[in-house]
Design a protein around this ligand. Structure first.
Ligand code: MTE
Ligand code: MO
Length: 372
């Protein structure tokens, strides 16, 4: 059993698949704290978790033609300036279960929890690439990452990002060795993973073994044959994966974490809580909440965490306390977020349905009954 050596996991996680391990925190725990504690941070593995020895670990950075590659130990990586940032990581498949209610999709049935936030620390990728001799010459180039996890044929997990993002110090792409002040847990990439702020989780390659600069995107299955969006009419017979770009920055997203769907709430006053986030460093500027299915709206209160212009990498938690209209037997609670480009979420999921069930960011709806 290639999974026999996987780590022990926190019992609060809702497991979507055991082998490979995929799990999300329950919604009420997800927004209890701004920083997600490591043991309940959502986990998305495609393969068994490698068991890497930090003493013999080496990260290979392929140099430009004519330069020797770098082979960095963990100590070598610690010698680069340490950079620490708060970043929200979201899987492209977050909220897929709502898409599969419209029509069957292929993928794990994530609810609202394939998203979490941590303080990440490590070396800046741009510093490491510069040390290896790379410059931002070729604008069409890509930085390819390879994981040390592999399938029975020896194929490793891989992904890439454009070189321009990798070389931009303002993009703050990290080779992270710390998560919330601790060495990375095994499930989250020990000893080193990529963190690409504002970009889909699939590019944050864990158990990083190799970095190279290539004229083309990564040839990995997960770069070329997955994690792409399509028209709702495209099916598995007609899909042409080369016709869509790989997902990089994600669209604006929000969800309700309290109350839960089907719950009974007290008459009088209701507290609605949730998260909101947008890709590409775009800040969430507002979250609107409706108690009547979207007929009338109220503005939720956002947390006061710092939002840097163009570098708002982390989510905002929000809440609304509102009177329950007298006589109401049920509430159709809805939320929708707006980012600083005034991007909004679509009102329902059917027009954004796609065969792989990615990019599911319609208004989030929760139906509750009111106690009488
Ligand atoms: N890196 C490797 N090596 N193997 C993987 O399976 N999964 C990717 C990404 N990096 C993956 C990986 C996907 S799809 C996501 S959403 C994130 O890791 C999840 O990171 P997490 O498990 O730390 O939440
Ligand atoms: Mo993912």
């Amino acid at each position: 059993d290639p999974y026999a050596d996987d780590p022990i996991r926190h019992p609060a996680l809702k497991v979507n698949s055991q082998r490979p391990f995929n799990a999300e925190p329950p919604p009420e725990l997800l927004t209890e704290t701004y920083i997600t504690p490591n043991p309940i941070f959502f986990t998305r593995n495609h393969l068994p978790v490698p068991n890497l020895d930090p003493d013999t670990y080496r990260l290979h950075i392929v140099g430009p033609p004519g330069r020797r590659p770098l082979s960095l130990s963990l100590d070598d990586l610690h010698k680069f300036p340490k950079h620490e940032i708060t970043v929200t990581l979201q899987c492209a498949g977050n909220r897929r279960s709502e898409m599969s209610q419209v029509k069957e999709v292929r993928g794990l049935e994530w609810r609202t929890g394939a998203i979490s936030t941590a303080r990440w620390a490590g070396a800046r990728l741009c510093d490491v690439l510069a040390k290896a001799g790379h410059q931002l010459r070729e604008t069409e180039a890509h930085v390819c990452f390879e994981g040390l996890d592999s399938d029975p044929t020896g194929t490793a997990y891989g992904a890439s990002i454009p070189l321009a993002r990798a070389m931009d110090p303002e993009a703050e792409v990290l080779l992270a060795y710390e998560m919330n002040g601790q060495p990375l847990p095994r499930d989250h990439g020990f000893p080193v993973r990529v963190v690409v702020p504002g970009v889909v989780g699939a590019r944050h390659v864990k158990w990083l073994g190799k970095v190279s600069v290539e004229p083309e995107e990564s040839y990995s299955h997960w770069q070329r044959r997955d994690y792409k969006g399509f028209c709702p009419s495209v099916d598995w017979d007609s899909v042409d994966f080369d016709s869509s770009p790989s997902i990089q920055e994600l669209p604006v997203q929000s969800a309700i974490t309290e109350p839960k769907d089907g719950e009974m709430v007290e008459a009088g006053e209701v507290t609605v809580k949730g998260y909101a986030w947008s890709g590409g460093g775009r800040a969430v500027i507002r979250v609107d909440v409706s108690l009547d299915g979207g007929l009338t709206w109220q503005v939720a209160e956002l947390d006061r965490e710092e939002q840097r212009p163009r570098k708002a990498w982390a989510w905002r938690l929000w809440q609304l306390q509102a009177p329950v209209p007298p006589g109401k037997k049920e509430l159709n609670i809805v939320c929708k977020a707006v980012d600083d480009s005034y991007n909004v979420q679509p009102d329902n999921v059917a027009p954004i349905w796609n065969l792989r069930g990615v990019l599911s960011n319609a208004w989030h709806r929760v139906h509750v009954r009111v106690a009488s």
